[in-house]
Design a protein around this ligand. Structure first.
Ligand SMILES: *Cc1c(COP(=O)(O)O)cnc(C)c1O
Length: 390
């Protein structure tokens, strides 16, 4: 839609997101290369320990992506073929794919119009006698009201998996998101606030689930490759079930350790930029910016605005206006049930009016650590000028 609109080259392009990486990450990777051990090893173990500590998790297992963390989360929670897993349609496709991987049926539930997250009230109508798990998402970094969801699901024996892909650095009732979940899945893709290139983490309160995740991520092999290497006379390994290769490398973990230390600074800056947007947009009728819920704080991984009917342009036209000014914005979160992979018949889906509306009307604005004041002012200027009725 916007590819044919030439960006204004004299002003310089403004990206929607850029990872914040520095010399420390370069040095950390170089040190791993010099060590000669580049696959999963000591840096992965160190990253897991640091991540568990910072996110108040009992156990952390590094994996290759959030998608594989979600897959392992459902497996370790005992979800299997024939089960139903309630998921938001208003999410990245991987949230639903994880249920599909384990042979379960994703059942889409609608989201709250303000936060874009599942709530007990939206989950309830999607429950069936076969519901084994619910995957809640802290969408764009906005924390889900986990206590309320668990109050519904725990008595029914339904496991609540938290998809914390976007939410490193967000808080829920004063604690890091995910801390209150039985199991959570994190992403370190560059589109998220903490990156290792590709990468993910599973955190859990259950030692047995952590142990099973550790096994399954490495071919369900009784002796890890690192342990086998460490001993001259390695014991013969056994493959206790059909596992996967979902390992993170030490090259990635070395970056993750540096990035984790930067997280408080990154979140502080993102919240500052979000507050500037919110202030400026308060005087622009018809644009509703995402905001903190009463019970927590977002890391503003995505700063989205809902383009309401009171605004003169619709979402597509506003995106085009931004592109014409050299500014890259993104359509808001997708609606999974409308994608060809899931639009096929047979999936039980009630009406998802809020999901469809938000998916059609939300726009993600540029927000990254090194976004300059002048650049942010340019974005605000386009939003204001396009908002004026002529
Ligand atoms: C990005 C994202 C994922 C997938 O993360 P990967 O690390 O790329 O696999 C899953 N769920 C949500 C909500 C996401 O935003």
């Amino acid at each position: 839609m916007t590819a044919d609109i030439a960006p204004a080259t004299d002003l310089g392009r403004i990206d929607v997101m850029r990872p914040w990486l520095g010399e420390e990450e370069v040095e950390a990777v170089a040190a791993v290369l010099r060590s000669g051990w580049v696959a999963q090893g000591p840096r992965v173990a160190e990253f897991e320990a640091a991540f568990a500590l910072s996110q108040h998790a009992r156990h952390a297992r590094a994996v290759s992506s959030c998608t594989t963390a979600l897959h392992l989360a459902l497996l370790t929670a005992g979800v299997q073929a024939g089960d139903d897993v309630v998921v938001p349609s208003f999410s990245f496709v991987a949230t639903a794919n994880a249920a599909t991987y384990v042979g379960a049926r994703p059942v889409f539930a609608d989201v709250d119009a303000t936060t874009g997250n599942l709530t007990a009230a939206t989950i309830e109508p999607a429950l069936t006698r076969s519901t084994r798990a619910v995957v809640v998402v802290d969408q764009g970094g906005v924390p889900v009201d986990l206590d309320e969801v668990r109050a519904l699901c725990d008595p029914l024996g339904i496991v609540v998996v938290e998809d914390t892909a976007c939410a490193a650095g967000s808080t829920y009732r004063g604690a890091p998101v995910g801390a209150g979940a039985e199991v959570a899945a994190w992403s370190f893709h560059p589109r998220k606030v903490l990156t290792t290139g590709e990468g993910g983490m599973l955190t859990t309160q259950h030692a047995a689930w952590a142990e099973r995740a550790r096994l399954l991520r490495e071919h369900a092999m009784s002796v890890s490759a690192a342990d086998r290497h460490a001993s001259l006379l390695a014991p013969p390994e056994q493959y206790t079930e059909v596992g996967f290769n979902f390992r993170m490398t030490d090259l990635q973990a070395a970056v993750g350790i540096v990035q984790l230390a930067r997280l408080p600074e990154v979140v502080r800056r993102r919240r500052e930029l979000a507050a500037t947007y919110a202030d400026a947009l308060a005087r622009v009728p018809g644009l509703r910016p995402v905001a903190d819920p009463a019970y927590g704080e977002s890391n503003f991984q995505s700063f989205w605005v809902e383009v309401e009917s009171g605004y003169p342009l619709d979402r597509e036209a506003l995106m085009a206006a931004l592109a014409a000014a050299g500014i890259s914005a993104r359509r808001g979160i997708m609606a999974i049930h409308r994608q060809p992979a899931y639009a096929r018949a047979g999936l039980r889906t009630g009406a998802l009016p809020v999901t469809e509306r938000l998916s059609d009307t939300t726009l993600i604005l540029p927000l990254f650590h090194e976004l300059g004041e002048d650049q942010q002012a340019r974005v605000v200027d386009v939003l204001r000028r396009s908002g004026r009725r002529t």
